[in-house]
Design a protein. Structure first.
Length: 380
């Protein structure tokens, strides 16, 4: 019986393979890269860890000489893939069941980049990526939310600046820093929220240019990109309440999603964040790291832990997350609703017209918007 890593490795050997790695943003970035390469008529094969809305699937084999693959680190598969090129989005703490320590995670990504034969594109907004990029002479990119006229120049090869967010979308200017000058490449628009998606788009654009796409082709593709399932997935507005679902389940992912939930055009009366913690072993180690993840929410509701095949651990419940948030933010309203039926009952009575309700997690919390909307409809 072959492992996933062995099968993916064999597939990667059939083409010039480009891996997209990192703790966060792999699926969106690999989807964006694939979309750009299709726009550039490079006809890539791809294998992505989620359904791309524009494709209606997450994998396709075209027979071309390019293959885009999501290089997952959860079981160290990323270290087994023979790659011609790679993007590294960021390095954060996760999968301690596999790595045991954060230092081991960092070392795995260093090893990952060291094995890449061709271009490696790294986001230097992440300090650990910046360290790896400096060591291996990587192509670098950065996105800044500050005022480019007053900030010091960013030490990256490609920079997104003049970033604005409006109507659930983002616009930014891309420049390339050469040895002698800064060259403006143009403006990019994406129909996605948040600085994290600006970085995802920039990383995909930079790699695509290195694979032969033009800036114009990249910008055209990104403007049309329709996102990935369960990434700020809008389920509609019912009785004035907007329901959104997102896969975010790690502390920095939740912070990024909530930071992007409001832009200049939004008028939500409240942002209600509903979080389902995932995996008992994960929560036993990192529950305290969620303390500051929900600062952009007006109300936080935490459920019990979704096991995802892990065994229960005495004393490890969703209440650990609740306690961490309350300790750091005593004025933030945080509710613990471990039972699904009680959660539905509570939210049905609590949510009001003008609210944005965001369900987050990688378990069956994905069904929450449908359950709440169905309850509203049947009570009419």
């Amino acid at each position: 019986v072959l492992s996933r890593a062995e099968i993916l490795s064999a597939i990667c050997r059939q083409a010039q393979s480009v891996g997209v790695a990192g703790t966060h943003g792999k699926t969106t970035t690999s989807s964006m890269l694939t979309t750009i390469l299709i726009e550039a008529k490079l006809n890539p094969s791809y294998l992505i860890g989620g359904d791309v809305n524009d494709f209606g699937r997450g994998a396709s084999w075209t027979g071309s000489n390019l293959f885009v693959v999501e290089a997952d680190e959860s079981d160290s598969t990323h270290l087994r893939l023979p790659l011609m090129g790679a993007i590294l989005t960021n390095v954060d703490i996760d999968h301690l069941d596999n790595f045991q320590t954060f230092d081991a995670i960092r070392e795995s990504f260093k090893e990952f980049i060291s094995k890449v034969k061709g271009p490696h594109v790294l986001c230097v907004d992440d300090p650990y990526c910046a360290e790896i990029a400096q060591r291996f002479g990587s192509i670098t990119y950065s996105a800044s939310l500050g005022d480019s006229k007053t900030e010091s120049p960013v030490n990256a090869d490609f920079v997104a600046s003049e970033i604005t967010f409006n109507n659930g979308a983002a616009q930014f200017k891309v420049s390339q820093n050469t040895a002698t000058q800064t060259v403006p490449l143009g403006i990019v628009n994406i129909q996605l929220r948040g600085i994290h998606n600006v970085r995802n788009a920039l990383g995909a654009l930079v790699m695509a240019i290195n694979l032969g796409a033009s800036f114009t082709q990249a910008a055209t593709a990104l403007a049309k990109f329709g996102g990935v399932a369960r990434r700020f997935d809008n389920h509609g507005t019912h009785r004035g309440i907007t329901y959104v679902d997102d896969y975010a389940h790690l502390p920095n992912e939740i912070s990024a999603v909530l930071a992007g939930a409001r832009d200049e055009s939004d008028s939500w009366s409240r942002v209600v964040a509903v979080f389902q913690p995932n995996r008992f072993n994960r929560m036993s180690v990192i529950s305290h790291l969620y303390a500051n993840s929900f600062s952009d929410a007006d109300l936080v509701v935490v459920t019990d832990i979704y096991a995802s095949g892990t065994a229960a651990i005495a004393g490890v419940t969703g209440e650990l997350v609740v306690n961490a948030i309350r300790s750091a933010h005593p004025n933030l309203k945080v509710i613990y609703q471990p039972k699904r039926s009680d959660l539905i009952e509570f939210l049905d009575g609590e949510l009001k017209s003008g609210d944005l309700c965001i369900s987050m997690g990688c378990g069956d919390i994905a069904m929450l918007p449908s359950e709440l909307i169905s309850r509203k409809l049947t009570s009419q």
